[in-house]
Write a protein that binds this ligand. Structure first.
Ligand code: 5CA
Length: 438
């Protein structure tokens, strides 16, 4: 993509309404624009990151045999009346009436809808277990939408739902999802710590939040300090194995959020306790037959009896993650994208586009990089070098290639790593080779 043509409305001034660094940087880097409180348009650069995060989430869900589907954003009210949540949800639910006077709502989550689909289609225990998910926009009329996409009113969520015959099966589904979350966040370059959690309005009695430590986190969190340095990628997991030992390893030590803090445990851990602020990027729940019983989602068991299925639900804040990654990875000059979620891998800067040699070298490099499947944003605009450098640092692509007339005389370009700031003079071939293996 050539910057001369790209739609990248960056801001020079720091927007005063933005209170946290991720919100400021997303606005300044031209990733999003606010439409109304807590509702955003995603501009091309922001959408690229959103899609990358979505794709990692999708791949890891698929890897545990969770099947993608897509439910609508607008739901009828009746299933929510059956579950008892239509009134219980309160003013956070955006209620809509259609032209026939029917009560509808913009879905804040999808337990009712998936339970309704299940009860109408699945009859026998032989069809279990089932794991289903979708990645869809949600609406919650939050009292205080804030921090940009981190607490929006409209936001993108991956929500998955498990259906099992008994507690043992449900626990297996829960464990699979738990471990897949460790991998999912690890692949984005994040340390998301699993913490025991309250299940709130979703209900149920087993629940974990996945929390990223960041000064701007909304809640106070506490855990054993070993958790902070744990290797969260937990690679090479065979999902057919018994996952309980993996879960135990990751939850053996105390971890809790502010409403769950336990003074006795904290005292006993004394110096080993790490207290900080956290951003919740995922939340998983096991709630048994809460919805299946209320809504009559049963299957015929092995002995012919009707059994209400055991369910769990599993959320990831896909749009919130864009902000969370920035909170975890930036410096005073701008964003520093972890490679797997970077909107482009390379920023190519032509210092003198009106110089034929510079333009030819850049055009060639640009084509060769794309041919190798490396996404490049090419600053081919006329302008001051300082401005170009500042903008490239702001948008935070992992690598920058700087091409100028002086270097080219000796056949060289400069390769800069955004995170470390390290620069090296390389030939064009060396640059290609290094970026290809990066
Ligand atoms: N039905 C369950 C699991 S599918 C559920 O809705 N869980 S939740 O309420 O915890 O939301 C799942 C995830 O969505 C949260 O962990 C959080 O990362 C994200 N999320 C929740 N509310 C917002 C919001 N207002 N803005 C951005 N992300 C949000």
């Amino acid at each position: 993509m050539r910057l001369s043509q790209y739609f990248l409305p960056t801001l020079k001034e720091t927007p005063s309404e933005a209170k946290v660094v991720s919100h400021r940087l997303m606005l300044r880097a031209g990733m999003i624009r606010q439409s109304s409180a807590g509702i955003y348009s995603w501009l091309p650069l922001g959408l690229r990151v959103l899609r990358k995060i979505e794709q990692i989430v999708r791949a890891e869900q698929d890897a545990i045999g969770c099947q993608e589907m897509l439910m609508p954003t607008i739901q009828p009210a009746d299933p929510w009346r059956e579950s008892g949540r239509y009134d219980a949800y309160g003013p956070e639910m955006l209620r809509i009436t259609d032209r026939h006077g029917r009560d509808m709502l913009y879905g804040p989550t999808n337990e009712e809808q998936i339970t309704e689909i299940f009860r109408e289609t699945v009859r026998s225990y032989k069809d279990l277990p089932k794991l289903l998910y979708h990645i869809q926009w949600k609406f919650r009329d939050e009292v205080r939408p804030r921090f940009g996409v981190m607490r929006g009113r409209e936001f993108l969520m991956k929500d998955a739902y498990s259906f099992d015959l008994d507690t043992e099966g449900a626990r297996r589904s829960y464990n699979k999802m738990f471990v897949s979350y460790l991998r999912t966040f690890g692949r984005m370059g994040l340390k998301a710590i699993p913490m025991r959690a309250e299940s709130g309005p979703i209900g149920g009695d087993m629940s974990h939040e996945f929390v990223i430590l960041a000064d701007t986190g909304e809640s106070e969190v506490a855990c054993h300090k070993d958790f902070v340095d744990m290797d969260w990628a937990a690679a090479d997991i065979d999902y057919e194995d018994d996952l309980q030992p993996v879960i135990d390893r990751f939850t053996a030590k105390y971890a809790a959020t502010d409403d769950e803090r336990n003074p006795d445990i904290e005292k006993s851990m004394a110096a080993d306790l790490a207290v900080g602020r956290g951003i919740e990027v995922g939340h998983i729940f096991y709630f048994g037959d809460k919805y299946s019983r209320a809504m009559g989602a049963t299957v015929t068991g092995p002995d012919g009896e009707e059994i209400a299925v055991e369910m769990g639900s599993y959320g990831i804040g896909v749009s919130r993650l864009v902000g969370a990654v920035i909170e975890a990875s930036h410096d005073e000059r701008g964003i520093i994208w972890p490679r797997p979620v970077a909107p482009f891998r390379v920023g190519l800067i032509d210092l003198k586009p009106d110089d034929a040699a510079c333009a030819a070298a850049c055009d060639g490099l640009y084509r060769k990089l794309w041919d190798r499947g490396i996404e490049v944003l090419y600053d081919d605009r006329a302008g001051r070098a300082g401005v170009k450098f500042a903008e490239m640092d702001l948008i935070g692509l992992p690598w920058q290639v700087v091409v100028g007339p002086r270097g080219l005389k000796t056949g060289g370009v400069e390769l800069k790593n955004r995170r470390s700031g390290d620069r090296e003079e390389l030939s064009i071939d060396q640059t290609l080779a290094k970026l290809t293996e990066s």
